[in-house]
Design a protein around this ligand. Structure first.
Ligand SMILES: [Zn+2]
Length: 245
């Protein structure tokens, strides 16, 4: 992946619904710019809209030849590994997902550039509103799974590539059940919040404490406790629980 994909709608008749077998599937991101509208856009070329129920046909905006061309950078981009997707962190809402590519597909070092593409499965962060997620599912006809953390953190998670590869390969096979199972496993792998053992380092060491005059301000979550000056400040383990002196 060397350059943003010049993606745009070309000939509307260039693509037909993917005949699952024979397509190449890779990872990419989409953006939702208007929080009230379930419309996917390319993250780096936000003027490129992906419309539900219709494949996107690439067009070369640089040279005007059929896209993708092996000697150009045009085409619809997809990465083999989610760590290599572009456009994470841009725009208002980022969605991660797998896109099926067909037509002319040019293989690169870390993925592919295709002539026609259509999303196969989508993953959103927890911030996406449920009604927009439901609209996306209805409009694009693909499942939209909710990740327990934003896409930008998910793609950087160590070891996520193994679960991702199972999703990608399942998306290349016919049958929704295998893909659904792999997608749920991907969510689990992306999620699992790191639980700290109860007997971990003393909470007092992890608490930010500021001395203001003779008082101690202990910042615990969103609440600020004004504590009297004492020899040793009470140890606060959670915002609700204060250990005995
Ligand atoms: Zn080109």
């Amino acid at each position: 992946m060397t350059a943003p994909a010049p993606e745009s709608h070309g000939d509307p008749e260039a693509g037909t619904a993917p005949d699952v077998a024979g397509v190449v599937v890779g990872w990419r991101t989409w953006q939702i710019r208007d929080p009230d509208r379930a419309l996917l856009r390319s993250p780096l070329q936000v003027s490129t809209e992906w419309h539900g129920g219709a494949p996107l046909a690439a067009a070369c905006e640089l040279r005007g030849h059929p896209a993708p061309d092996p000697d150009c950078t045009c085409g619809i981009y997809a990465a083999r590994d989610p760590a290599d997707v572009g456009g994470v962190g841009f725009g208002r809402v980022t969605l991660l997902g797998c896109v099926a590519l067909w037509g002319t597909v040019v293989e690169g070092e870390r993925g592919w550039r295709g002539g026609v593409g259509q999303p196969v499965v989508l993953f959103c962060g927890p911030a996406l509103r449920p009604e927009i997620r439901a609209e996306l599912t209805a409009s694009y006809g693909v499942p939209v799974h909710v990740l327990p953390q934003p896409v930008a953190l998910t793609v950087e998670r160590p070891g996520i590539d193994r679960a991702a590869e199972r999703v990608r390969s399942a998306a290349e096979e016919p049958g929704a059940r295998l893909l659904d199972r792999a997608a749920r496993a991907f969510v689990d792998a992306a999620g699992a919040p790191v639980r700290e053992p109860v007997r971990a380092a003393p909470p007092a060491r992890r608490r930010r404490r500021f001395t203001v005059g003779s008082a101690v301000l202990a910042v615990v979550g969103a609440s600020v406790l004004l504590l009297p000056p004492v020899a040793a400040a009470p140890v606060v383990t959670t915002p609700q629980v204060v250990s005995p002196p």
